[in-house]
Design a protein around this ligand. Structure first.
Ligand code: NAD
Length: 356
């Protein structure tokens, strides 16, 4: 396994340090892992005046998977747009052709109280949002603004998907469902949009290759409602880019703890970029306060989805579960009666569980 590690900015280096310790445990157990580090985001700008330096992109291209911390910080906010840290992230996703975004929303039983929903609605929630990342209205042409003959002005964008784009994301959804509970709910707006009618047809066609996976369809407005009404009804939710953008943020908030959620963006060959969903948290950077669990769980996703090492992935997930069950909490998920620990101590606890 050739892994490129890009710590980034703010709390990025602190949380990546703990995730790397997890990789070191696997390596000590005999799994062949090669690691190289690169700069991205503000760190890339500081090193090379570029948020995605050429050397980092080369490293990422040559790796089998990329582990990223987070990018951004107030000191970079006044830079011209193309030099801003976030551009590094957008560019690496595009350069690596990462079209499938996987965002699990998992609620560990001990943290059910952190959700804004009643605990019984989210306790043991485990749903996966699969969002198409490189098509749809965000990239469709034509787009722009134009003056109309009557002196009015309009803005316009084009929603579009080709059947091959839908086919390839649908296959990822069914493959992911096979590794979970064999259910896919495809979300669209086929009662209004032609793009969605095609979407529904292609997803249904692809489903015939996966007879063991149950496919259902849901309109996006209903899906938004069902996510806050009864989120446990879902296993894998498959969506296009714009619907997924909104639904994945809604789903992550069901868990109430941004420091706990990993994500993956994958290409056609299972190469992926794995990162926590949170940002660089400049307000707590360097204070040993950051929750490293989202990044550690990103390593687990990497093993599961890029390398098919399900056993190691389960091992990491279980170690995190046990640490939480033992009452250890970083400040962001602190609860009465639990022991509050820092970034390093949380890492220590996970490593201890992994090596027992
Ligand atoms: P943020 O996610 O960095 O922080 C939001 C809040 O959550 C803050 O109070 C922060 O302290 C807390 N938080 C986040 N991660 C945490 C963790 N692991 N442990 C404990 N607390 C945590 O979002 P923001 O404040 O809006 O953005 C800060 C910077 O991050 C900006 O420059 C933004 O552009 C960037 N950003 C980067 C990414 C990314 O790298 N993928 C994503 C979002 C924001």
């Amino acid at each position: 396994m050739k892994i490129a590690i890009l710590p980034g900015d703010g709390i990025g280096p602190e949380i990546i340090k703990q995730a790397k310790r997890v990789l070191d445990v696997l390596r000590a157990d005999g799994i062949k892992i090669e690691i190289e580090h690169g700069a991205i985001g503000g760190a890339g700008y500081d090193a090379d005046r570029d948020p995605l330096p050429e050397s980092t992109l080369k490293l990422a291209r040559e790796a089998d998977a990329v582990l990223l911390g987070a990018v951004g910080g107030p000191q970079y906010d006044t830079l011209p747009r193309e030099s801003r840290p976030e551009q590094g992230l957008l560019r690496i996703r595009k350069e690596l052709n990462l079209f499938a975004n996987l965002r699990p929303a998992v609620v560990f039983p001990e943290l059910a109280n952190a959700s804004s929903l009643r605990p019984e609605l989210v306790e043991n929630l485990d749903l996966m949002i699969l969002r198409e990342l490189t098509g749809d209205i965000y990239f469709g042409q034509p787009r722009g603004r134009r003056s109309l003959d009557n002196g009015d002005e309009e803005g316009f964008d084009t929603m579009r998907y080709s059947s091959s784009e839908i086919d390839r994301i649908a296959r990822v959804a069914f493959d992911v469902a096979r590794k979970r509970n064999n259910r896919v709910c495809s979300v669209d707006k086929a009662n209004v949009l032609d793009t969605s009618i095609l979407w529904r047809e292609v997803v249904t066609r692809v489903s015939r290759d996966y007879p063991e996976v149950e496919l259902t369809h849901m309109y996006v407005d209903n899906a938004a409602m069902q996510l806050v009404r009864a989120p446990k009804q879902f296993d894998v939710m498959l969506t296009g880019n714009i619907f997924g953008d909104i639904l994945s943020d809604e789903a992550s908030m069901l868990t109430g703890s941004i420091g706990m959620l990993p994500s993956a963006s994958m290409d056609e060959n299972n190469k992926g970029l794995f990162e926590p969903i949170h940002g660089s948290a400049p307000d707590i950077a360097g204070k040993d306060l950051a929750n490293p669990l989202a990044t550690i769980l990103s390593v687990s996703m990497m093993l599961r989805y890029s390398f098919g090492h399900l056993e190691s992935a389960d091992r990491i997930d279980n170690a995190v579960k046990l640490v939480l069950a033992n009452g250890l909490r970083t400040k962001d998920i602190a609860q009465p009666g639990c022991k509050e620990v820092g970034t390093q101590q949380m890492g220590d606890a996970v490593i201890e569980r992994l090596t027992q």
